[in-house]
Design a protein around this ligand. Structure first.
Ligand code: ZN
Length: 293
């Protein structure tokens, strides 16, 4: 077979990807899950939030797991890894997990084997962001991306290892200890450039060591808000998740970042939004509107 004919041209845009300067970005879903609507909307009353999200009979609302793939031309970078598949029947029922899709299958449909991922950025280590950090092989968890370095805030890994009563349920050791054992963690402290054009921005609020991810190429910017603004419904400053450890800091950070997102026309990534994973923001009559991308 003549490979020069069969191999795809290097500069064709991947089918579901969008250009961001010289990079390509796309959402790669790990499916959906469901959590209690009250916990997702904090002090916002149900009569108000149910206009945006219809709860099921157990008061749960369905949320996205919108991981972001960035192809810089040099590296394949993955931001967050979903819920993963290491869940028993009881947990699958509790979180209403389905088999509609999963991250590794989606990546392979895009021609990417686990070995092709160079960098995994964990915005934090909660189970719904670090689930496919590892997979089960021969009954034990091993790193899912064996060639990747996994970037996370040092403080987040320390906290994940000794959480307090308030957020103990958010961490699963099997998501991060096998990565640590394999020596794949790249622990950073504060803001840091991860690869040229991709920066971690530490933003306290959801917890102490959440990092958002800013991607810049040729004057264009994408920004992964992670759990600072998990869905487009969380754009108003006071719509803060009940899970947040420091809700007033979340509010302040949103007020700091959202004007920049509007004026610099960021492509915003909403990790948990089941309908609008990517959007651009604009202000009209004092309200922020989202235009899906
Ligand atoms: Zn989350």
């Amino acid at each position: 077979m003549d490979r020069s004919v069969s191999s795809p041209a290097l500069h064709t845009l991947q089918p579901d990807a969008m250009k961001l300067g010289s990079f390509e970005i796309e959402v790669v879903s790990d499916g959906t899950f469901a959590l209690d609507g009250g916990a997702i909307f904090g002090v916002v009353p149900r009569v108000v939030w149910e206009r945006y999200f219809e709860p099921d009979e157990r008061n749960r609302i369905r949320l996205g797991l919108n991981c972001l793939l960035v192809r810089t031309g040099r590296e394949n970078v993955l931001v967050d890894t979903g819920m993963g598949r290491k869940w028993d029947g009881r947990s699958r029922d509790r979180y209403a997990l389905t088999d509609e899709t999963d991250l590794l299958t989606r990546l392979s449909e895009k021609g990417l084997a686990p070995e092709d991922i160079d960098v995994v950025i964990n915005t934090h280590l909660h189970f719904d962001h670090a689930g496919t950090n590892t997979i089960e092989r021969d009954g034990r968890p091993v790193p899912a991306f064996p060639r990747a370095r996994y970037v996370v805030q040092r403080g987040e890994l320390e906290h994940a290892r000794s959480p307090h009563e308030r957020d103990r349920a958010s961490y699963v050791a099997e998501d991060f200890e096998p990565v640590a054992e394999a020596g794949l963690f790249d622990l950073i402290e504060g803001d840091a450039e991860i690869v040229p054009g991709i920066r971690a921005i530490k933003v306290s609020g959801h917890n102490r060591d959440l990092e958002c991810v800013r991607i810049d190429s040729e004057g264009e910017t994408a920004f992964v808000f992670a759990d600072l603004i998990p869905t487009t419904a969380h754009i108003p400053p006071a719509w803060v998740m009940g899970f947040d450890l420091y809700p007033v800091e979340t509010l302040e950070q949103k007020k700091r970042l959202l004007p920049k997102a509007i004026s610099e026309k960021w492509t915003c990534v909403f990790y948990h939004d089941p309908r609008t994973p990517l959007g651009r923001l604009r202000e009209r009559d004092g309200k922020i509107e989202v235009e899906p991308v």
